[in-house]
Design a protein around this ligand. Structure first.
Ligand SMILES: [Zn+2]
Length: 282
């Protein structure tokens, strides 16, 4: 059965809650639940304007959040953060390698100095004892081997550095490219935001104007329904609720037809306020 609501819903009952035994006590002789909200047909028609504006605001909000640029930016930001982390790791590794290389180069220097010193001793003929001579020559040989090993280490470190440096350059190029892409997508997103916000501000202003013309109790009822539905009122058009798009059955239509023009009728299915117009088919 369609219900005529004249006031805020009974405490503790949300829209759409099935009628309870208590409701039965409140039923008028013709089977409708009566409350205390009454509103002129003109005020009720204003609800349709409010509903249109609320639909528009919801659409704009949905569009704002669903902008492809928003998802794209999230993806680009995630990629930028990955690149940043990879760059930090590469730079740290490069720093370590650089220190390691300097150390190995210093070691080579030390070995070379030692070799030079030993050679100088040999060349100066300071060492004449056969045993000492053999020992010095053997030391020089050992130092040369050590020099070779160390130089190999230096070469290996240099190669690793080169690889890492080209890796870092690649990451830097990617990051810079991504920065440009992010700036471009951000500009597109902001332009879309600005356009949406402008439309939303307009709709919101209009809503304020319309809402100011709706009686407070009717507006409170509308807003309460709107908490669970996108809009709080819908037109009854050709026997159908434009909110839930369901046909109102013949018996309910009869009840609605019998209701006074200032009764506030609600859809039995979606609980929205059903606004009657010449198109209602009653
Ligand atoms: Zn409905």
């Amino acid at each position: 059965m369609a219900q005529v609501y004249h006031g805020a819903p009974v405490r503790g009952r949300g829209p759409g809650t099935p009628p309870t035994r208590q409701d039965g006590l409140r039923r008028a002789p013709f089977g409708l639940t009566l409350g205390c909200v009454k509103a002129s047909p003109q005020s009720q028609l204003r609800l349709l304007e409010l509903a249109d504006l609320d639909t528009e605001l919801a659409r704009l909000d949905h569009r704002r959040r669903g902008l492809p640029e928003v998802a794209e930016l999230a993806r680009l930001d995630a990629r930028a953060s990955e690149l940043k982390d990879a760059l930090v790791v590469t730079e740290t590794e490069l720093g370590d390698l650089s220190r390691e290389q300097s150390r190995a180069e210093r070691d080579v220097e030390q070995v070379l100095t030692r070799i030079e010193k030993d050679r100088a001793r040999l060349d100066a003929g300071q060492v004449s004892a056969a045993r000492e001579l053999a020992s010095l020559q053997s030391e020089i040989e050992n130092l040369h081997r050590r020099q070779g090993d160390l130089e190999e280490v230096v070469l290996e470190l240099m190669e690793r550095r080169e690889t890492l440096e080209s890796q870092r350059d690649e990451l830097t190029t990617d990051r810079d490219g991504l920065g440009g892409e992010i700036a471009e997508v951000t500009a597109r997103r902001d332009a879309a935001f600005a356009e949406i916000d402008e439309q939303a501000a307009k709709a919101s202003d209009q809503r304020g104007v319309v809402a100011a013309e709706v009686p407070a109790d009717l507006l409170a009822l509308y807003d309460q329904i709107r908490k669970s539905k996108d809009v709080g009122a819908a037109m009854l058009r050709a026997g159908r609720c434009e909110g839930c798009h369901l046909n109102v059955d013949a018996a309910d239509l009869k009840v609605i037809k019998a209701a006074a023009p200032d009764d506030v009728v609600r859809c039995e299915e979606c609980r929205r306020i059903l606004v009657r117009t010449p198109e209602s088919g009653i």
